[in-house]
Design a protein around this ligand. Sequence first.
Ligand code: ATR
Length: 273
Amino acid sequence: MGKTFAVIGDPINHSLSPNIHSAAFRELNLDCSYIAYRIPKDELSEGIEGLKKIKISGFNVTIPHKVEMMKYLDKIDESCSLIGAVNTVVNNDGLLKGYNTDMEGFLEPLKKRNIKINNSNILLLGAGGAARAIVAGFAKEKANSITIANRTIEKAKNLSAFAKKINLDSKAITIEEIGKSVKNYDIIVNATSIGLQNEPSPISLEGIDEKTVVYDIVYMPMNTDFLKRAKEKNAIVIFGYEMLLGQAVRAFEIWHNMEAPYNAMKKALLGGF
Ligand code: ATR
């Protein structure tokens, strides 16, 4: 019988992960299926029992379960323990092993463009689960410093302490405090959810130039106001769907032990817009 995979979260009906993975199965003629399964915030335990009962082979984890899911793992990959959150799970006969492919997924589009992270100065907006994986990525690639700007300063301070612990120089500010300082950064990343509801850019990009890299992890809509403003300045723009694709490719390779059909997955993802 074919293998079954899933993505769990809430809300889940707009997830593009089923499109991406199903396209990969078709491309490689794999007898597998991938479903979206809504599990509300306080029903994770029962949800996981259900997945074990249907002998799920593996699943992705998204909002709001990425941190909570850690409790239910029998084994934890290094990527996952470093970040403290899980987005990919393998089920080996009822034993669950967790991985985090968000960090590599985030870095992939930067590497593909040969953008130098080493010694760069980063401005990161947001201090939630996704921001944490991003901080780990910049630490791994030896960025010079990261300024973490968040609406809630306490969360920025916590994340900044994490950055320092993994040897990345860091400071915490509020989003208002960014002011006109954007020109001081090589790479600017939006890891807040601002843009998902078509909100205006959280910051002014006045002063950046064509060397500045502007990366939005919001992937729906594809062209957020934040990225539109970056394009007006001829900055190097990286779309949220690229990170989504990067983490999916990694998850595929963990589950299936073979190279992922990148182009087929990309085509399916872009078709979803
Ligand atoms: P994710 O897993 O996607 O990172 P999260 O952990 O809920 O989700 O984090 C959401 C991030 O978006 C947080 O940094 C949040 O700021 P707060 O820590 O102040 O809540 C930020 N965010 C969400 N909506 C926002 C808004 N309207 N204005 C400013 N920041 C917002």
